[in-house]
Design a protein around this ligand. Structure first.
Ligand SMILES: CC(C)(COP(=O)(O)OP(=O)(O)OC[C@H]1O[C@@H](n2cnc3c(N)ncnc32)[C@H](O)[C@@H]1OP(=O)(O)O)[C@@H](O)C(=O)NCCC(=O)NCCS
Length: 155
């Protein structure tokens, strides 16, 4: 199985609707240091995801798999696709905050870390400083050295 990714505008109606359906943040999508993607399988939209780039660090965010497409490995492929894109832009360490899907991200390779173990550029993101409640879990994963950027993400 594979998924194709394409850029999605931060104000695209389908993207906003998918985020809102999962109560994920939509009011900080337009800053210049972030990129968002729509992921398709066999031409049909399967989900979305985004990154914020801060030099060697990146924040993974806004990952949603549409309900009908869940449980088929697409969330894992979306996460991999985002890491590939960030690696192509020089990122070496991936971080994310989640209140609901820490167990999922651990299956992808992320590990839970304490907040004070993250670099300042991650701790000062809107996601870390205000959008997520203080109970949100912070996870980190070094991006594999051999990860290859591609517009098609094979499993
Ligand atoms: C979390 C989410 C992205 C997972 O997407 P998905 O396509 O269903 O996940 P996958 O099929 O790729 O699952 C990969 C692995 O994670 C596991 N997994 C999936 N969702 C999980 C969850 N919520 N908790 C724990 N494990 C989970 C799967 O069982 C699978 O494990 P396996 O390889 O051992 O079988 C999806 O449920 C979703 O969009 N949730 C709502 C939005 C959200 O919470 N996004 C994260 C915010 S940062």
């Amino acid at each position: 199985m594979s998924v194709d990714l394409e850029p999605v505008a931060p104000d695209a109606a389908d993207f906003i609707a998918a985020l809102e359906a999962e109560q994920l943040p939509t009011d900080d999508l337009t800053a210049s240091d972030r990129s968002f993607f729509r992921f398709k399988r066999d031409g049909a939209i399967a989900g979305y995801g985004g990154i914020e780039l801060y030099g060697r660090s990146m924040l993974v965010r806004s990952i949603v798999v549409l309900p009908q497409a869940r449980g088929q490995g697409i969330g894992r492929l979306i996460t991999k696709g985002l890491l590939e894109h960030a690696a192509a832009h020089g990122a070496m360490d991936a971080y994310l905050l989640t209140t609901s899907a820490a167990d999922f991200f651990e299956t992808v390779g992320f590990k839970r870390i304490q907040r004070d173990a993250a670099p300042p550029e991650i701790l000062s993101t809107r996601q870390a400083s205000s959008l997520c409640p203080s109970t949100a879990v912070l996870l980190m994963m070094p991006i594999p050295h051999n990860i290859q950027p591609s517009s098609r993400i094979p499993s």
